[in-house]
Design a binder for this molecule. Structure first.
Ligand code: FAD
Length: 336
């Protein structure tokens, strides 16, 4: 049976959310092709000794019939050349019907390497793929999410990345499937050592803006750097992070690391609280993955108010502290 091979984007053995989204999307694609879903995980012996079982379990619960483990000393950590060459080595041997990866930095980079090495076209940031006809019909996100583009792809081996947050990662119904583990030894030369990760400096510990379940974001309406104190307070009460619009970073009120949007971070929290943000398209493309949106704005016509599921039309300097006070009041209330 042919297979749709999914490159598992992982950071030293921990799969990214994007990898599980890609496996979920690959199940639909494979069903359309009458194919199975296979996973490709790259690492060295130490990585597989430590994380092999959990990686296989994650792949099995998301539908991988076979987990192909590419094992090599040069795959101890991420390297675009090494991952691209290992994938090319896998493709030459296994001959899958398609290769899919997450539209993450690593997924996109490794797939671009694979495309260059195999001289095959790569379609990046796909949101839907219809393999019913030749050529395949694909819709993908362009221009930072502000444009949906319909494309056709005619290729002996389609290579795709799945746009982040375009699919929700979902385990298979009925639990993990029976998964076979198959090892392969990629043919890697010393030239792939050109770009291997040697060390990392973590700039943000724990939950980041892109992974936080709650984001409390401020725009120009906050008025000053000091004005963010009440947003910080609310975010802390809700266990979330503070974000902002570009008007805010342009004014120097917050660092660029906090910016949500086309030229900032894409987020997909359970709740996005947008305070004093108009909702310009460049901001919206970063926030549109949010499951629920509360807009606090003095302008009932603001784009963010129109897009939000909930809105409070009032001054954020009054509303935000009032929400925090109410949360504290309810938490402090003795339970009966
Ligand atoms: C190439 C390019 C890339 C860009 N990338 C990004 C990006 O990544 N992220 C991004 O955010 N923007 C980006 N922008 C900028 C974007 O176009 C907007 O200019 C920006 O998002 C506006 O920020 P804002 O909503 O905070 O400010 P404004 O548009 O000025 O809106 C302020 C809002 O605050 C409300 N308000 C004012 N006072 C109060 C108050 N007291 N209480 C409640 N509400 C109040 C107003 O009614 C208004 O709706 C980009 C632009 C370009 C050209």
């Amino acid at each position: 049976m042919s297979s749709v091979a999914v490159l598992i984007d992982h950071d030293r053995g921990i799969p990214s959310g994007g990898a599980l989204e890609a496996l979920t999307a690959a199940r639909t694609l494979a069903a359309g092709l009458g194919a199975a879903v296979d996973a490709v995980v790259l690492g060295d012996s130490e990585l597989f000794d430590t994380h092999g079982a959990s990686l296989v379990a994650a792949c099995a619960s998301h539908g991988a019939a076979v987990v192909h483990r590419g094992r090599h000393a040069l795959l101890a950590d991420y390297g675009p050349d090494a991952w691209g060459a290992a994938l090319a080595s896998f493709v030459a041997g296994a001959q899958p019907a398609a290769v899919v990866a997450a539209g993450t930095d690593r997924g996109a980079e490794a797939m671009a390497q694979l495309a260059a090495r195999t001289d095959l076209p790569l379609v990046a940031n796909c949101v839907s793929v219809s393999p019913a006809n030749d050529p395949w019909e694909i819709t993908r996100i362009q221009w930072g999410g502000s444009l949906l583009e319909d494309v056709t792809l005619s290729s002996s081996l389609p290579l795709l990345t799945i746009a982040q947050h375009s699919v929700e990662a979902e385990p298979c119904e009925g639990g993990p499937i029976e998964t076979v583990v198959a090892d392969f030894a990629p043919d890697l030369g010393p030239e792939v050592e050109r770009t291997l990760v040697r060390d990392r400096v973590t700039l943000t510990e724990g939950v980041t803006l892109s992974t936080s379940p709650v984001v409390v974001s401020g725009g120009r309406g906050v008025g000053s750097a000091e004005g963010f104190a009440t947003l910080e307070e609310l975010a802390e009460l809700l266990g979330g992070r503070v974000g902002c619009s570009r008007a805010v970073t342009n004014n120097g009120w917050r660092s660029h690391a906090d910016q949500v949007g086309q030229t900032g971070t894409r987020i997909a929290p359970e709740i996005y609280i947008a305070c004093g943000i108009s909702g310009a398209i460049q901001h919206w493309v970063g926030a549109m993955g949010s499951k629920n949106i509360l807009a606090i704005n003095i302008d009932p016509e603001a784009n963010m108010v129109a897009k939000a599921g909930y809105a409070v039309i009032a001054d954020l300097h009054e509303v935000v502290p009032a929400i925090s006070d109410e949360i504290r009041r309810r938490r402090d209330r003795p339970s009966s």
